[in-house]
Design a protein around this ligand. Structure first.
Ligand code: HEM
Ligand code: SF4
Ligand code: SF4
Length: 571
């Protein structure tokens, strides 16, 4: 059962990043760990920049003569409103740039740019240029000596483009050129590019179902408060008014935006062009540098599909659509996979009610399947392994999570799936009935899931809060669900070592705080097994810390769990 996989990289950078992310989980809690929500935080920073920018705009004089004074007046006359808004505007713009770059670095290090992700990656690249240009124009608008430096350096930089020449520089640094018209143009560009960034972001997340654009509330509040405190403690001020009769340097540098211009001064415009073009080309071609074959997309077997729509509901990339029935069967619709959107994660396979190993169809077939790891092969492998090792513990893992091949545990049957949510819950039942002593499902943490919703869906399905739900009586001591990301193989070893000490339902409880359905099934187990409940409380402190405040989870859990016919609405 060898298959090409998108397995998470094991490079030194990836290991270091994962260690850093885990440190962030411990410091902030997994839900509020900024390192795991860089894209969403960047979106928040953009909204704050837009909101604070609107306030500044009300007081801003867009004439060449009045721009500098109007901003100086803000600091003098209303430091706690307009002045504060200006500072927040600057720092949120800085944060936006920083977070966008950090987001790119994270996706890069986790190697999330190739294959089906090419679209998200490529549509991100122009955003970086747009943010930079919007920031540079913003600094120019201030009409102080720093703006003078910005205008001069941009003139030099752009002037190095063949065909543009010195005329460009003259347009920026002569008294006659600094006109109201130029300032109106700059304001138009600053606002227009900001709106283009919003539009670009919308395109950027087009291929993601329910894109994660809102950071957890606790994180958002902390971020907003940090910006406000910073703005109050270190107000953003202008330097002296621009004076074209003097050289602009030295001026205080905002490295988030002005670094390329400083580099123009330190080296030459040609060098900075070379670096900028090389970086852009590198980013653009990166998705196509991966030689690994793309795994085959999911395939629908119409004979097994009743059009229930669960695959459609659970696919994180909108790769399944429901279409009118084409084979004359009585069902109204059928699943259709858009192959180029498919991540081959198998989450749809775990969602399909036909992925049931107890079915007598031979060979086992299901409504939607991964050709390289079909449910039939999974069942055969499981059955054969259990026949050879009755009484074994079965571990279902994830190719992107803890590497099961590194868990050396004799007497354990290990089956790694494309994603933990590829596991149809009925396989747990099947394993237990075919001789498994217990079943351990190791999924990544919710915010570490390479396929966005895999960890959440498997948790909900096993807890009975999402279809296909594991039958209630199976959520008892012989099943356990743990979080074990790549590099956290020790968690799997520890769970295997703690043989039978925790019930599955109890451990599930702490992965899904806030789920009423979950809590009631859990509390019945806890009532029946008070001693186990006590063990759980002490032993699972670490897990609880990882899973605290899973408000995203609880909001989804509170949504109707059944199959929906409408396209996904926001949780
Ligand atoms: C300009 C600022 C940017 C913002 C605010 C932003 C925001 C986001 C958001 C909110 C998501 C969705 C995360 C999710 O729901 O799972 C996302 C995904 C993604 N972004 Fe960005 N992004 C930005 C720039 C970029 C850039 C420049 C690149 C790369 C060149 C990039 C690469 C990606 C990729 C590859 C994904 C998909 C991740 C996945 O499918 O697992 N982003 N981004
Ligand atoms: S394999 Fe994953 S991406 Fe492809 S259709 Fe199924 S759930 Fe969607
Ligand atoms: S989950 Fe299975 S049966 Fe339901 S629509 Fe998808 S492929 Fe068809």
């Amino acid at each position: 059962m060898t298959r090409p996989i998108h397995a998470s990289p094991d490079s030194a950078a990836a290991r270091a990043l994962r260690a850093l992310e885990r440190a962030g989980d411990r410091a902030f809690g997994a839900d509020a760990n900024p390192l795991r929500q860089l894209g969403a935080l960047a979106v928040l920073a953009l909204w704050i920049a837009i909101g604070s920018g609107c306030i500044v705009y009300v007081f801003f004089d867009t004439s060449a003569a009045g721009a500098h004074e109007s901003l100086a007046r803000l600091a003098r006359e209303q430091p706690w409103f307009g002045g504060l808004a200006r500072s927040i505007h600057r720092y949120s713009a800085d944060a936006f740039m920083l977070l966008a770059v950090a987001h790119v670095a994270r996706e890069w290090i986790h190697r999330r740019y190739a294959g089906f992700r090419w679209f998200s990656w490529i549509t991100g690249v122009p955003l970086l240029w747009l943010i930079l240009i919007a920031g540079l124009v913003g600094y120019w608008l201030v009409a102080d000596t720093r703006a003078q430096f910005v205008a001069t350096a941009i003139g030099e930089w752009a002037g190095a483009v063949p065909g543009v020449g010195d005329a460009m520089l003259r347009n920026f640094i002569t008294d006659e050129a600094i006109s109201d018209r130029l300032f109106s143009l700059l304001v138009f560009m600053h606002l227009g590019i900001g709106l283009l960034v919003l539009l670009g972001l919308w395109v950027h997340v087009q291929r993601l179902v329910r894109p994660f654009t809102q950071p957890a509330r606790r994180l958002a509040l902390g971020f907003g408060a940090t910006l406000a405190l910073l703005a109050a403690a270190v107000p953003a001020l202008s330097t002296a008014p621009a004076d074209l009769s003097r050289m602009p340097l030295p001026v205080p540098i905002d490295w988030f935006f002005l670094a390329p211009l400083v580099l123009v001064e330190w080296t030459s415009p040609a060098v900075v062009w070379l670096l900028a073009v090389a970086a852009t080309v590198l980013l653009v071609v990166l998705p196509w540098t991966v030689r690994q074959a793309r795994p085959a997309p999911a395939e629908v077997d119409l004979a097994q599909c009743n059009g229930c729509g669960r695959c459609f509901d659970d696919c994180p990339y909108g790769a399944v659509v429901l279409a009118p029935r084409s084979d004359g069967r009585r069902h109204a619709q059928q699943a259709v996979v858009a192959a180029d959107l498919c991540a081959s994660c198998g989450i749809c396979v775990g969602a399909c009610p036909s992925s049931n190993p107890f079915r007598s169809v031979e060979p086992l077939a299901t409504g939607i399947d991964l050709p390289e790891l079909p449910v039939a092969a999974l069942r055969t492998k499981l059955r054969d392994a259990l026949a050879a090792r009755p009484g074994a513990t079965v571990v279902f893992g994830c190719d992107e999570g803890a590497a099961l091949e590194r868990v050396d545990a004799p007497g354990v049957v290990k089956l790694s799936l494309a994603c933990a949510a590829q596991l149809p819950p009925s396989f747990v039942d099947y394993a237990l009935r075919h001789g498994a002593a217990r079943v351990l499902v190791a999924s990544c943490g919710e915010h570490a899931c390479a396929y966005r919703f895999g960890a959440r869906w498997i948790e909900q399905r096993l807890a009975g809060a999402r279809e296909p739900a594991l039958r209630a009586h199976l959520r008892e001591p012989r099943l356990r669900l743990i979080e074990a990301d790549r590099g956290e193989e020790d968690r799997v070893r520890a769970a295997l070592a703690a043989r039978g000490e925790l019930s599955g339902a109890q451990s599930i409880k702490h992965r899904g705080d806030g789920a009423e359905a979950l809590q009631s099934s859990v509390s019945s187990v806890v009532r029946e097994q008070p001693s186990k409940a006590a063990e759980f409380t002490t032993e699972n402190t670490e897990g609880a810390e990882k899973s605290r405040n899973r408000n995203f989870v609880s909001s989804v859990l509170n949504a109707p769990a059944g199959p929906a016919r409408v396209r996904h609405s926001e949780p």
